[in-house]
Design a protein around this ligand. Sequence first.
Ligand code: PMP
Length: 389
Amino acid sequence: MSLLSKFAAVAQTRAALGDHDPTGVVMERMLSATRALINGRPTLLAGTNNYLGMTMEPAAIKAGQEALAEAGTGTTGSRNANGTHRAHKLLEEELAAFYGYPHAMVFTTGYGANLAVMSALLDAGDAVLLDAHAHASLFDGAKMTRADTYTFRHNDVDSLDKRLRRLGEQAASTLVIVEGLYSVTGDLAPLADIDAVTHAHGAMLLVDEAHSLGVIGEGGRGVVESAGILDTVDFVVGTFSKSLGTVGGFCVSRHAELGLFRYASRPYIFTASPSPATIASTRVALAMLRDQPERRVHLQRLCARLRAGMAQLGLPVNEVPTPVACVPLPNREKALDTWQRLLDNGLYVNVMLPPATPGNEAMLRVSIGAAYTEADVDEIVLKLGEVLD
Ligand code: PMP
């Protein structure tokens, strides 16, 4: 058996996709924050996580262009070894102020933020307790540590309570990890209850707000804000790659120790810091996210419209309208076929296949954002209705 033998199975999986390869989609040209040219055809994008439409925001583009001209194309190394740019510090101060915490740390990706925070916090003898539907980056973060890893049933506070009870004394060195808004199914975590149960057992809570920053909460601070746990949650992580329209990640905390993670976190220490252009665009996008609540208000209206449309099609919907909806399908063949027919009909959505899906289901995932119009949402629902039997 050579190292390459395992790719025979990968090749089979690839071959089974036939002409329907979702990973092969090329956006030949971006036409706007909501449309791209795919296979030569203008296509409505309903699977980009561009929740506030920031990718095409002129002020964010201009700030990035200016930073490119002034500070160059890259940082050429990590902050510990090769230096911090002033803009990194400013963005950290702005993020800390936005959440009302003393500390913030910026990372090169959201994925890296999860690895960095978890590997700094968790060691042998500690435990990590993840919601079963948590993102792959959170499970990968757990693998990087020597902590004992457990899961509890998705959004099930009793299951969390039981697990923590079973951990006994180890609960005091346990990190509970959940998402605010779940990325595939679009449902919200019952964060107030999760926070209370976690702390009742003496454990700490980390919430990944990748999909809720800028979307949920009156000030856009995510589900931690709408659930009223900003004063009690221990760590909030997030990404710049969705509502802020750039790339990068962050962690904010009320705990002063976050400032020491810079000396203890290998995924932070041993990777290059975000580029000047990325930081500059992110700072502008964060200011807009904070100062333009009307984007959120418009998005909320669209979420309600999407939810109503999905319900009319007989599809399952979440209690609270969010920009993420999913369409369960009986198997992977049906999911791939439906996905392809939608694309051929000018609608791009995501296809999610087992084993990377909650409950190992095949499904399509739809997401919208503040740059969409009501007519766009109606078009998404109409096109879904045309292909679903
Ligand atoms: N956490 C969650 C919940 C995510 O959905 C994602 C990405 N989809 C990440 C973290 C990683 O973020 P990024 O893509 O910015 O690295």
